[in-house]
Design a protein around this ligand. Sequence first.
Ligand SMILES: C[S@@+](CC[C@H](N)C(=O)[O-])C[C@H]1O[C@@H](n2cnc3c(N)ncnc32)[C@H](O)[C@@H]1O
Length: 400
Amino acid sequence: MRLIATCPEEIKPVLAAELGELGAADLRFLYRAIEFDATPGLAYDLHLRLRTASRLLRVMKEVPAHSAPMLHSQVRRLHWPEWFDARHGFMVETVGVEADGTMTAKQVVTQVREGVREAFAAAGKSPPRVDTDEPKVVIVAHLSRGRCALSFDTTGKSLHKRGYREAGHPAPLKETLAAAILRIAGYDGTQPFLDPMCGSGTLAIEAATVAVRKAPQIHRRKGEFHFEWLSDFDRALWRETQDRVRGEKLDAPPAPVLASDIEARYVDMARKSALKARVERYLRFETARVQDVEPPAEQGMLVTNLPYGDRIGGDEDQVRRLYAEVGDVLKQRFAGWSAAILAAEASPYRTIGLKPRRIVELMNGSIPCRLLLFDLYRGSRRAPAPREHEDASSPATTPC
Ligand SMILES: C[S@@+](CC[C@H](N)C(=O)[O-])C[C@H]1O[C@@H](n2cnc3c(N)ncnc32)[C@H](O)[C@@H]1O
């Protein structure tokens, strides 16, 4: 199978490392995506385990598409009736249409949709109905330089949807971004973990699943992955893969996973999400100010996402004070730990006052951020005071 794993562009190196560890080889780098070949067994395994990919596509064919009629006639010649059953509703999505410029998205959708339906009719079958609400089959048409790659989206719901999220926090991280942050920080589940500003608990819940080796999508129900609706779906191999992956889960994390927040309602929310993710018993939650937290072990990893902006960050002076206090806590109490702190690029993150070992640029949704990586030891060198103009432009309204 020719597969494509998609992700935000800046996450690509992290996804590549993850794919490599899970057994994918010969990776080809595309814009916001990585292509590779896989056996059906590896493909099933990746759907269950991948933490940093947004979705997986299975490329069926690439056809010339210099015009709408050409695309139409190419699509109708393909073996759609062999690939999926006419009883399943389907829809067509497009990628790359704007960059290619030869056709509009609507034209591509129409040509592919009608071409698929005609292929069924030509095979003497009634054409599948179009279903844009709950399609079982999603065809992705990727147009680039006069060619169109036609794929099935085999994931169904995006892989960031782990199925546990409680609604209500104003600034939750996407689960796939949380997973990427943990990987960049070097968290492998064997170190004590703490998120002292946990909000809805995304980082801590992801950390707990890493710690007990629990595959992020192992709870998806029958039929939720869209590869299950393709004709060559191998149910026996899928069951075997699920059983093997389930069997790798540990009974307990090798090291504690802790999460706290100043707001009791967010701690409650995080606890409920952890319960739904079935990792609640591996986590310790507390309502506490970051200024008061004590390290639960001599060494470990603190990973957090700083508040910023109107909704949770307070005004600019409060934010500066908070960041300076976070810096003091790290310096005075967390010697021997490492820390990974996600802060909005526009925030006064320099007032943390510690020199990062490394800075990684990441997007949190549409907000440019910095992931600051610190190794903390006694007398960690303070960074130079921020120059006035560097932080003066920080918009106080940007939520983090
Ligand atoms: C950006 S949010 C964290 C979002 C979280 N990563 C998630 O995925 O839901 C920052 C959190 O810091 C918390 N917070 C603000 N000031 C705090 C303080 N002094 N001590 C502890 N937590 C604080 C807020 O309540 C908020 O939930």
